[in-house]
Write a protein that binds this ligand. Sequence first.
Ligand code: S3P
Length: 424
Amino acid sequence: MEMKASKGLRGTIDVAPDKSISHRAVMMGSIAKGTTRINNFLMGEDCLSTIDCFRKMGVPVKIEESIVTVTGKGLRGLQESKELLYTGNSGTTTRLLCGLLAPQKFTSVLDGDASIRKRPMNRVINPLKEMGAKIMARDGGFTPITIEGTALKGVEYALPVASAQLKSALILAGLYAEGETLILEPKSSRNHTELMINGFGGNISTEINRITVKPTEELYGHEITVPGDISSAAFFLVAGLIVPGSEIRIKNVGLNPTRTGILDVLKAMGASIAIEENQGEIEPSGDLIVKHSALKGTEIGGDLIPRLIDELPILAVAAAFAEGTTVIKDAEELKVKESNRIDAMETELKKAGAQVRATEDGMIIQGGSPLHGADFESYHDHRIAMSMAVLALAAEGDSKILNHQCINISYPGFFDTITSLQNR
Ligand code: S3P
């Protein structure tokens, strides 16, 4: 994709619907009784992988434009798939399915694309085995994975990493287990699974970083309206901040506090972002109004990391345009995302002339030097491709985003939205 420096981004936009909530709505809808209507579903490739897996397990899922209707099968109504369950590029589908399939009365085989095959699955498999699960994985912890469904028992488990995918897998397994499951998180991660299960009639209680899952007899389907994804809004927040002359209103963005770390960081960097909250249902949401701002460097680490884990590549771009030093630390998880996002961002930012150094658990960026366009690689990672596209809008000269099709994983229509904002 060819990109040019922008003369200013102005207008009102909707961004892609929330990926995490879209996945979960299909999953919970499938194991609930009754119908779940999902408005504003994300038609990205990852969420379509989730739909495909549940259809293969006998769940009727109807897609009409952006509305998805799931005819739930009840907690014990999933059927064995005749075929392998292919999860594509989606870590959320792969890991949450491990937890959901472990207690079923049938065997499943899961596999994904080349990136999924490199991502660690032992973090999910080990605790599920403690619950009694029968799981086999390639090379001691990678897909393909075979899950022989069996009865599970509740356990107490301290997560070694703050991961919502891992936590959610254990919650789903815990719904079927004998006795309670207690999950201890090192830091709070996104809680969409807990909120949605309780909204569907389940019983998950949360004290700070302690989640107790009580087994459930049934969940009940619901109508859900998915808000815009703050992880997708992030690209337009940063674009609005770094392209001179910009002012963008981003409508109806999910503002769950477990996801809003990026707003805290950008404000600390000096960003002008106004928030107008809407009346939310299960999840809070609101409009974000961003204006071009002079940014300064900051430190990003500790408890903030799980609240903005997917936004770190685009925050690295913001840091490259900010005066002074930005330190990103405690973020070694970035190495095991869709690509190694520490190495990828170091290499690509350097191509644009930025001063950046990768560290063991993050990166250090010396911002403020003038940046120029280049041919940027995506690493087949949607968030790297979009981060470099945003950089290209604010850099001097022309750029190309190579292998940009991966953006369809989470944000079909990303480039159309950029075009709609260009000042002509
Ligand atoms: C997600 C959790 C995060 C995030 C991913 C989506 C989820 O992964 O990076 O994009 O929907 O639960 P981890 O749980 O591995 O941190």
